[in-house]
Write a protein that binds this ligand. Structure first.
Ligand code: TPP
Length: 560
């Protein structure tokens, strides 16, 4: 059969099972859109390409399946870059297919020409510039394989317009690889790791997004319970170990609870699974877990010994490794260690206000936590609201808490929520945002209104770039600059203008009822929740300090 490059791309995406693609058309990807016209794939027309990237991320993060977005050359691509970089840092499998000027024009500063290939080298797992239509038959299966295998990540396929238009004879479309090599760790190393765990007295698990990608959360629970090992998590690891489990320590690091950081510091063995020793988790790495030996398991060899030297390391799939490791681990009640953990927890609790006034952000987050069920998907933006969500919401399952961890991108929450809702039409999605972050992709309320998805946006409105204000208060002598908005917007009216039902949480006894009504309404809604501007996220580890040198979180910060 005769097919153009554009038709090959669309047919290959159909064959891969792609059902929904977000993007924006333009001069250099119009052939692709013309081929899409004849496809059953649903296209989501966003209002900004960054949102297309985050919608793809929302689909990929919530399902684990590689998702796709489209952008045209030049400004379309540059708008997409932040979402690609974000996917790289959080290891999210997306394939971005971008239009490029025709091959004869490449390098001539043609209209809407940017060097997509060059610009995306450092922010992708891999990228391709396709020179001939027939190359697509190899490039596309490879792009999906690279995006989803090993440590997942974003792949860019840049396709010049003439390549999209080129017609070639294709006998059969190639298959996608669905089988990936099984990692087998040498038994010697598994034995050594088991010995370290069995001989330790105060082991602590430190888990991250690698557990999610490896689908190893059930094995993690089995390991922790068999040997009574408390489990601390990075932002990306939240949900892998259910919050209600007694061994759960929640998030460690910069905004971890006091007891979490103190327990981790007392470890004599740190079992690091699918983590990269990011400074938000470790604080000053030279002062992190000073008395512990380290066992590090991660699929990405480059992460081993990168920040902290491990005493034993395994570069391989965590699930495969745990399957081999768990039978060698002894049942252990660890009475002394469990008593100590309990004591540290009781003596250094995470304080929540007694007041149920929802203008207090922590009380509001607790109320949201009480209204969500095990299947609710949460997305956040970046700032104080993100940290309160991580500290206070209950987490039940992996892939239910979608947040920009590595890049920390304001503007992530709303489009990621749209993506999560598109991929999970039976589930409710709650987007927790701030009045700074929401503005970065607020135009996507138009996309949300069109799609009518079950997304509830809760805006924690403090009239500030709250996390910046907080850092100025704690670290810059209260020299507040550029962190207060001079004019606060009428966000409910803005949402309504986009066609979204809006609620105001008034500062009265009815607020809890309004919140519940809004979260249970049909379709999308927007909830403007005014909160106190001076509330801070505590505890907080100042830059360069050890986690145990955290400040605040002593329960005396709020008066009830
Ligand atoms: C795109 C982007 N620009 C700047 C920052 C730096 N930054 C981190 S948190 C923050 C404030 C966020 O304010 P808001 O969304 O209102 O949330 P709040 O902290 O008030 O909850 C800023 C500016 C960022 N993370 N992302």
């Amino acid at each position: 059969m005769k097919l153009t490059g554009a038709e090959i791309i669309i047919k290959m995406l159909e064959k891969y099972g792609i059902e929904k693609i977000a993007g924006i058309p333009g001069g250099t990807n119009l052939p692709l859109y013309n081929a899409l016209y004849f496809s059953k794939i649903e296209h989501i027309l966003v209002r900004h390409e960054q949102a297309a990237g985050f919608i793809a991320q929302g689909m990929a993060r919530s399902t684990g399946h590689t998702a796709v977005c489209f952008a045209t050359s030049g400004p379309g691509v540059t708008n997409l870059l932040t979402a690609i970089a974000d996917a790289k840092l959080d290891s999210v499998p997306i394939v971005a297919i971008t239009g490029q000027v025709s091959t004869s024009l490449i390098g001539s500063d043609a209209f809407q020409e940017v060097d997509t290939y060059g610009m995306t080298i450092p922010i992708t797992k891999h990228n391709f510039l396709v020179r001939k239509a027939e190359e697509l038959l190899d490039v596309l299966p490879l792009a999906f394989k690279i995006a989803s295998s090993g440590r997942p990540g974003p792949v860019v396929v840049d396709v010049p317009k003439d390549v999209q238009n080129e017609s070639i004879e294709v006998d059969e479309l190639p298959d996608f690889t669905t089988e990936y090599p099984d990692f087998q760790t040498p038994f010697r190393e598994i034995e050594k790791a088991a010995e370290m765990i069995n001989q330790s007295h105060r082991p602590v698990l430190y888990i991250g997004g690698g557990i999610v990608h490896s689908k190893a959360h059930k094995l993690l629970i089995e390991l922790a319970k068999k040997n009574n090992i408390p489990v601390s998590a990075t932002l990306m690891g939240l949900g892998c170990f259910p919050s209600e489990e007694p061994l759960a320590l929640g998030m460690l690091g910069m905004h971890g609870a006091r007891y979490t950081n103190m327990i981790v510091e007392e470890a004599d063995l740190l079992i690091a699974l699918g983590v990269r020793f990011d400074d938000r988790a470790t604080g000053n790495p030279n002062k992190f877990c000073t008395n512990a030996t380290i066992l590090h398991i991660d699929i990405d060899k480059a992460e081993i010994d990168k920040i902290m030297k491990a005493n034993c390391s395994i570069a391989g799939d965590i699930g495969t490794t745990l399957k081999q490791l768990i039978p060698l681990i002894k049942d252990n009640k660890r009475k002394t260690w469990m008593n100590r953990v309990e004591k540290l927890k009781n003596e250094n609790p995470f304080y929540l206000p007694k007041s149920e006034n929802l203008t207090n952000p922590k009380s509001l987050m607790r109320a949201i936590g009480q209204l969500i069920d095990h299947d609710t998907l949460i997305t956040t933006d970046v700032g104080q609201h993100q940290m309160w969500a991580a500290q206070i919401l209950p987490f039940f399952k992996p892939r239910n808490f979608l947040t920009s961890g590595g890049l920390g991108t304001m503007g992530f929450g709303l489009p990621a929520a749209i993506g999560a809702a598109l991929a999970n039409p039976d589930k409710k999605v709650v987007c927790i945002s701030g009045d700074g972050s929401i503005m970065m992709n607020i135009q996507e309320l138009a996309t949300l209104a069109e799609l009518g998805l079950n997304v509830k946006v809760i805006l924690l409105n403090n009239g500030h770039l709250g996390l910046v204000r907080q850092q100025q208060e704690f670290l810059y002598n209260k020299n507040y600059i550029a962190s207060k908005f001079i004019k606060n917007m009428n966000f409910a009216a803005i949402a309504q203008a986009f066609g979204i039902r809006a609620y105001e949480l008034e500062n009265d006894a009815k607020a809890a009822e309004t919140l519940a009504t809004a979260l249970n309404c049909e379709g999308p809604c927007f909830i403007n929740a005014p909160i106190d501007a001076t509330d801070n996220v505590t505890p907080m580890v100042p830059p360069g300090k050890a986690n145990i040198e955290m400040i605040g979180g002593l329960g005396n910060e709020f008066e009830d």
